[in-house]
Write a new protein. Structure first.
Length: 291
């Protein structure tokens, strides 16, 4: 199966497929149009792309790397061949887009891979493909530190290190630094034999927020490892909307009902499906994007 990736611009998916032979990504042309136009309807976006492709050709802008060699998942869940553009042609399309509507998209596309999040996301892909996750001991503090160290090594000097300062986010103050060590030990000892117990452990680890940054991205991988080991399941994160997830996690400090329901509805037994985990990384990083 081809390596696939999903990026998000203004909450619109931009899907990509990896070309092993030429070592580069190919991006769905219709997705790009849909993101730039902020268009909900895939059919309208597809029609606009076909019109725009003809217009650009007439204007002498040749997107020579347009290809029909890759399949993307259609709204009905089926894989279908579709126009795809490499990075150079994405830039050419954006630079020649009508009414300068693509300026913000071009800035995002050009720079997103060079940010800390962009670099960390590449590390997350590498972690899944490396097989190192299989050697980690799920549910432990050490396992979570190993994941964090891999994702953020070379990007943050605190990668894999438990914080020594108290942190907060919005109106939420996470575990005070002076109590963090003992709190983490308590979380590690929590049972994880049932789905409810595992979610309780995940919620408590979120309340701990053991690192200065990168907690959510690391802990979601940690959660999937526990589910995989104990229940033979994992989360298909693509089935959980960003706003629903964030709101339920905020509520989980007082009531974990909503996050429990969201996670249960998204469970899958495809624990050896590489694409499920890769797609999970895409959505995990999407949850952290500033709105």
């Amino acid at each position: 199966m081809s390596k696939r990736s999903i990026r998000f611009f203004n909450d619109r998916e931009v899907r990509a497929v990896w070309d092993e032979e030429h070592s580069k990504w190919w991006f769905s042309a219709t997705d790009i149009v849909r993101a730039i136009n902020d268009e909900e309807d895939y059919v309208k976006a597809g029609n606009y792309w076909r019109w725009l492709k003809k217009k650009l050709n007439a204007d002498g802008v040749q997107l020579v790397s347009v290809t029909h060699d890759f399949k993307f998942e259609a709204p009905d869940g089926k894989q279908r061949f579709a126009d795809a553009l490499d990075s150079d042609c994405v830039k050419a399309l954006a630079e020649n887009y009508p009414n300068n509507r693509a300026n913000a998209f071009l800035n995002w596309f050009t720079y997103s891979d060079n940010t800390i999040d962009g670099q960390s996301k590449k590390k997350a892909y590498a972690l899944v493909e490396s097989g190192l996750l299989e050697a980690m001991k799920p549910g432990t503090i050490k396992c979570l530190q190993q994941i964090h160290a891999f994702l953020f090594g070379g990007l943050y000097d605190f990668a894999g290190k438990i914080r020594t300062k108290t942190i907060s986010k919005g109106n939420t103050i996470f575990c005070l630094a002076e109590h963090l060590h003992s709190f983490l030990q308590s979380v590690e000892q929590m049972p994880e034999t049932t789905f409810d117990e595992i979610v309780d452990k995940y919620v408590e680890m979120n309340m701990a927020h053991p690192f200065m940054e990168g907690n959510g991205r690391s802990t979601r991988i940690w959660l999937d490892l526990i589910l995989k080991k104990r229940l033979g399941l994992c989360v298909d994160w693509s089935k959980i909307g960003k706003r629903d997830y964030l709101n339920s996690m905020i509520e989980s400090h007082l009531d974990s009902t909503k996050i429990r329901v969201l996670l249960k509805q998204a469970l899958t037994d495809k624990i050896d499906d590489r694409e499920i985990f890769m797609k999970g990384i895409d959505y995990s990083y999407y949850y952290e994007q500033e709105e």
